[in-house]
Design a protein around this ligand. Structure first.
Ligand SMILES: Nc1ncnc2c1ncn2[C@@H]1O[C@H](COP(=O)(O)OP(=O)(O)OP(=O)(O)O)[C@@H](O)[C@H]1O
Ligand SMILES: [Mg+2]
Length: 196
């Protein structure tokens, strides 16, 4: 179950992973984008850490809202509004009675899809979130299953976002946004919200 404490722990662990892997994320984005995904995400998670440290959230919904606002305001590029929308969806879901984790993540995915209009198979964040949510529903989420979902974006051809300009040349590369979301779900496992 999500509490203020473990939700913050989850997001701080995510921030650490983004910072540790920033150059790798930008390298991925150099292949099929403009090379800024790592630095975009670092800017966002640093602002998020600051706000989460300052704020005295009384419930999980507020924690997600604070995180959403930091990411939205600090990440330039496509991923800011997309992650922001995911976290706003999760904030809304956490504010309702149902505290089921899969339901909460599903609300995050809906936020991403409402904002970005991507369907499965277009080589975006969506291609990571869908299998991860399925794994959460089936109690099979592990680091390996997250990594597998990241790898599975490799053969896809991008048809949304900047990577779509690369057409066929986008095939054979991991989607940078899927990789950064992979860290979000590895962080979920490490923070003890789910055991895998
Ligand atoms: N429509 C979309 N739906 C879901 N995810 C998307 C969409 N478009 C892009 N993405 C994700 O965003 C990632 C790229 O994020 P990044 O921070 O590099 O922004 P950007 O594409 O450089 O933005 P901009 O073109 O505005 O500079 C992609 O790897 C992909 O996962
Ligand atoms: Mg980019």
């Amino acid at each position: 179950m999500l509490t203020v404490e473990n939700t913050k722990q989850w997001l701080f662990t995510f921030a650490d992973k983004i910072k540790e892997n920033a150059s790798y994320l930008s390298e991925l984005d150099q292949e099929i984008g403009d090379g800024d995904h790592g630095s975009n995400m670092v800017r966002g998670v640093e602002a998020m850490e600051e706000k989460l440290n300052e704020s005295d959230s009384s419930d999980v919904s507020e924690v997600f809202k604070t995180a959403a606002m930091s990411l939205l305001s600090k990440i330039g590029g496509a991923s800011g509004p997309l992650y922001g929308s995911a976290l706003i969806g999760m904030a809304k879901s956490a504010g309702e009675d149902d505290q089921d984790l899969a339901t909460l993540l599903q609300a995050g995915l809906e936020g991403i899809q409402k904002r970005g209009q991507a369907e499965q198979g277009e080589k975006t964040l969506v291609d990571l979130w869908i299998p991860v949510i399925e794994a959460v529903q089936n109690n099979t989420l592990t680091k390996e299953s997250v990594q597998k979902a990241v790898e599975q974006t490799k053969p896809l051809k991008a048809t949304k976002g900047r990577a779509s300009y690369y057409g066929e040349r986008s095939i054979g590369h991991i989607d940078p946004g899927a990789a950064s979301s992979g860290y979000l779900f590895e962080a979920l496992l490490e923070s003890g919200v789910v055991n895998g």
